[in-house]
Design a binder for this molecule. Sequence first.
Ligand code: COA
Length: 177
Amino acid sequence: MEIRDARPDDVPTIAKVHVDSWRTTYRDVLPKSYLNDLSYDARETMWAGAFGAESQTFLIVAEDAGKIAGFAAGGAARKDTPEARTYGGELYAVYMLESYQRRGLGRRLVAAVAEELITRGHSEMITWVLEDNAACRFYERLGGEFLGSKTVEIADMSLRAVAYGWPDASVLLKPRV
Ligand SMILES: CC(C)(COP(=O)(O)OP(=O)(O)OC[C@H]1O[C@@H](n2cnc3c(N)ncnc32)[C@H](O)[C@@H]1OP(=O)(O)O)[C@@H](O)C(=O)NCCC(=O)NCCS
């Protein structure tokens, strides 16, 4: 299994992994019709933006024998909440296909994002996750500190999202947190 920077030609597969992982991750949270209607093309357009000239977003993939099993995205923290103001870097997303979860790959992807953020001058990292998502336990296991919560609108629903932070993202580079 290889963790590497994404290339522009990975974008269609990243979009597919993103949608497929949303469908399994949020099957008990979001309406079935909303998940069915998710579009690979829309996610492709979104992630292609990471390769635009002005982009500050970067993408990292986990690849298994030529097959992309998951990906993560990071960049400058969105400063839209009080929690985020002191955090320079953000983990925007980390998604593994269901069949590749719980094998240590999510941890390696998050470490790779932290490493790239530090290289870009961001020593802290924040991430947002739906309160109902089991991924909260993953972030806690990785040493994330609960920072606060906000309401997000998805599929015409008001859902709670919580923020986890690593004031010193370099802890994520160690083999075990
Ligand atoms: C969340 C996700 C990225 C974690 O990646 P992963 O490869 O499954 O997790 P890892 O195997 O690297 O786990 C790292 C540690 O977190 C723990 N962990 C991971 N998922 C967990 C869960 N759902 N509940 C409890 N602990 C969990 C593991 O047990 C492991 O602990 P250990 O080091 O003591 O053994 C992955 O499960 C995933 O893609 N989930 C669906 C998408 C999602 O929710 N993404 C986050 C959106 S914000």
